[in-house]
Design a protein around this ligand. Structure first.
Ligand code: CP
Ligand code: NVA
Length: 319
């Protein structure tokens, strides 16, 4: 396997990441390979100056700790300048159309990182922008998080194709993105959630179709034990996502989907536990699992930085 690729060898220049639907299995693997290489070679001068003279704007409609800091550091570590906009304090907060914002910012910076409530808004931004747009989370997708999760599984489990990933909890943006990346990487993905909160049928069907081409599989079910049985990696996420309605009904149905030590015991003995964070101890995950030896959540958080550096490098570097 190739250890590293030059920026332009991956053929990703100018590409956006709005959903990983737009990326081929080979492209995703190339980004992961470079991320792994960058993680172990952080001080190579060629990488540190790869985006020298460029600027990348960051706009967040919703709160963030990891994504905001890791993108800012990734941009800086490649020699580019982050330009951080406050949504409310920009004209977006006063209703300036996203179509105009996209065209204006495209005249100033080389890429846009955006976290928005609505996936359609990021799609509109991409349609009107003439520069790459990177989705830093929407209601439907969290592509950079699952790239980091894939790198974490690769590091800890040792392989991606053929590995078994169980996600237990709300059928949210993380569940969607796990199904898509898992299918593209030939993984066996099982999602367990109450039927009312399943991911959209269209995303399930898309992922199942992709999995047929890679030898992977995607199954959605209601039984958490069935999903976790024999898994290499077990993941969960908050019961109520940012911008979602927090209902007593949703919480009461999801209570049975907590990842705790009894549930982890159904997975492989050496299985890892993943959570994109922030976590709610005692809700979607028990304290002992989150803090226990199987938990790799801080490696997972760190890997946000490496996958984002890799994507910025391959999409924005001219060399
Ligand atoms: N996991 C993640 O996206 O965290 P933030 O909301 O802190 O960015
Ligand atoms: N599903 C969560 C992820 C947070 C990083 C949310 O959208 O709030």
């Amino acid at each position: 396997m190739v250890e590293r690729l030059l920026a332009n060898e991956a053929g990703l220049q100018g590409r956006s990441v709005v959903s990983l639907k737009d990326w081929s299995p080979t492209e995703i693997k190339q980004v992961l390979m470079t991320a792994k290489w960058m993680k172990s070679n952080p001080k190579i001068a060629e990488i540190q100056y790869a985006l020298k003279g460029k600027s990348v704007a960051m706009i967040f409609e919703l709160p963030s700790t990891r994504t905001r800091v890791s993108f800012q550091v990734a941009i800086q570590s490649l020699g580019a300048a982050p330009v951080i906009l406050d949504w409310q304090d920009s004209q977006l907060g006063r209703g300036e159309p996203i179509e105009d914002t996209a065209r204006v910012l495209s005249r100033y910076v080389e890429a846009l990182v955006v976290r928005a409530r609505s996936h359609e808004m990021v799609q509109t931004l991409q349609k009107w922008a003439t520069i790459p747009v990177f989705n830093a989370l929407t209601d439907q997708a969290h592509p950079f998080q699952v790239l980091a999760d894939a790198l974490t599984i690769w590091e800890h489990v040792g392989y991606l194709s053929g590995s078994k990933l169980a996600y237990v909890g709300d059928g949210n943006n993380m569940a969607n993105s796990y199904m898509i990346i898992g299918a593209k990487l030939g993984m066996h993905v099982r999602i367990a959630c109450p039927e009312k909160w399943w991911p959209a049928q269209g995303v399930i069907a898309y992922a199942q179709q992709e999995a047929e081409m890679t030898g992977g599989s995607v199954q959605v079910m209601t039984d958490p034990e069935q999903a976790v049985f024999g898994a290499d990696a077990v993941a969960t996420d908050v019961f109520v996502s940012m911008g979602d309605e927090d209902t007593a009904e949703k919480r009461s149905q999801l209570n049975a989907y907590q990842v705790n030590s009894q549930l982890m015991a159904k997975a492989k003995a050496q299985a890892i536990f993943l959570h994109c964070l922030p976590a709610h101890r005692g809700e979607e995950v028990s304290e002992d699992v989150l803090e226990g030896p199987q938990s790799v959540v801080f490696d997972e958080a760190e890997n946000r930085l490496h996958v984002q550096k890799s994507v910025l490098y391959h999409t924005l570097s001219e060399f």
